[in-house]
Design a protein around this ligand. Structure first.
Ligand code: FES
Length: 154
């Protein structure tokens, strides 16, 4: 009988162990990588530049009736377009200056309302009540043909 751990069998055992160790180590490394990669990506997201937009279409003239409003995309932020009367339009950033909720037009009060903490703005963008610390940014509105155009004020 041959003693274990000697001769060519010993080299074969060592080769098997090193292959198994290599496979086990690779599996552990792959598992750790698959766990930590999404965590690292979440903690360090890729830089996405803000879309610079100075002008957007607010839709067709007859899309909104007098004393109503709607939210439109202004770049990657919402804007509030209000048709105050037949010939008067207003537009504001729809991002509340308190904690960034989206505001909406309230036809019953003719005010801009933030549902998050009951903040109220008038149709110049000034704070009427509630916690918002600053007025809403106002945009310019003009009608071009049958289209309503919203743009940043110069
Ligand atoms: S987020 Fe608008 S009132 Fe608080």
């Amino acid at each position: 009988m041959k003693a274990s751990g000697t001769g060519p069998d010993m080299h074969l055992d060592q080769d098997r162990r090193s292959v198994l160790s290599w496979l086990l180590g690779g599996g552990i490394a792959a598992s750790l990588g698959s766990f930590f990669y999404p965590v690292i990506r979440f903690m360090n997201p890729p830089h996405v530049s803000e879309v610079a937009v100075d002008e957007v279409s607010g839709g067709k003239l007859n899309d909104l009736k007098a004393n109503s409003g709607k939210i439109v995309k202004f770049g990657n932020k919402p804007a509030l377009l209000v048709r105050v009367s037949e010939n008067e339009w207003k537009a504001f950033s729809a991002v509340c200056t308190h904690l960034n909720c989206t505001v909406q037009y309230q036809d019953s009060t003719r005010l801009i309302w933030c549902a998050c903490h009951n903040g109220m703005y008038d149709l110049t963008g000034r704070v009427v009540s509630g916690p918002p610390p600053k007025p809403l940014e106002e945009f310019a509105v003009r009608v071009r043909g049958d289209e309503v155009i919203i743009s940043r004020r110069a």
